[in-house]
Design a protein around this ligand. Sequence first.
Ligand code: NAP
Length: 242
Amino acid sequence: MAKLDGKIAVITGGGSGIGLAVAERFAREGARTVLVGRRQQRLDEAATRIGHGAYGISADVADISQVRALFDQLARVDLLVTCAGGAIFGAVDELDPSAWQNLFKARFFGQLNACHYAVPKMPEGSVILLCSGIAGRIGFPNYSGGAGLCGGIDAMGRALAVELAPRGIRVNVLSPGLIEDTEIENNLTDEELARFYEAACAVIPLARPGQSTDIADAALFLATCEYATGLVIDIDGGWTAS
Ligand SMILES: NC(=O)c1ccc[n+]([C@@H]2O[C@H](COP(=O)([O-])OP(=O)(O)OC[C@H]3O[C@@H](n4cnc5c(N)ncnc54)[C@H](OP(=O)(O)O)[C@@H]3O)[C@@H](O)[C@H]2O)c1
């Protein structure tokens, strides 16, 4: 018997990158995956690639009414993984603060919105995996709002783990370092991105970026280890340890 046989997994951001890799891993372990993103065609293509009964529901996680409508369509949720969102970079005195507010709407409140509507549908034994990023632990220049967001998700994950433990729901946080094979939206030019990668790889102990499948490995562990809750797992090639 596969590890997630019969489970329903809702994965926001499941149409690409980390969310897609998690969905593929969960589906291989028997879960039926529901992929959430804004672009239906991207979700449909991802669902076809995943198979195992995967399907997509389009919703913008920043819009609470769309998130409510999403979960209204689901009778039960066993696994919730919240990977939807992008990144934005800018100096604190240059980037318009509304850009950080929009990032929070999708990546912070998007995860909170999903938890709000998913939890009533989650039976005992269910699991929530939030997604932050190591910027919550180490200081990156030009990422002040994103860093605050990541730290906020880590804190929210611990709070929810304690709050939901009496209901038999475990909550953990995936905290990726630099993951290269995704389609993450950001506002850097190709040259700026190349410089960022070069500088990062010079300080990452494993001296290379990770792959979305590395995050999927951690997600499967957190989804199946029944004594794991309240964890923030940095999957970052040792970056935060250095
Ligand atoms: N890649 C990294 O190095 C890295 C590092 C740390 C943290 N992270 C975080 O990990 C998560 C996954 O990122 P990724 O690298 O896998 O990027 P990705 O390939 O762009 O995946 C993000 C997915 O989220 C969806 N999405 C974005 N905004 C949304 C919204 N408002 N509502 C619903 N869906 C939305 C996108 O699809 P649509 O555009 O079709 O909606 C996309 O499929 C993000 O939160 C990212 O910030 C990534």
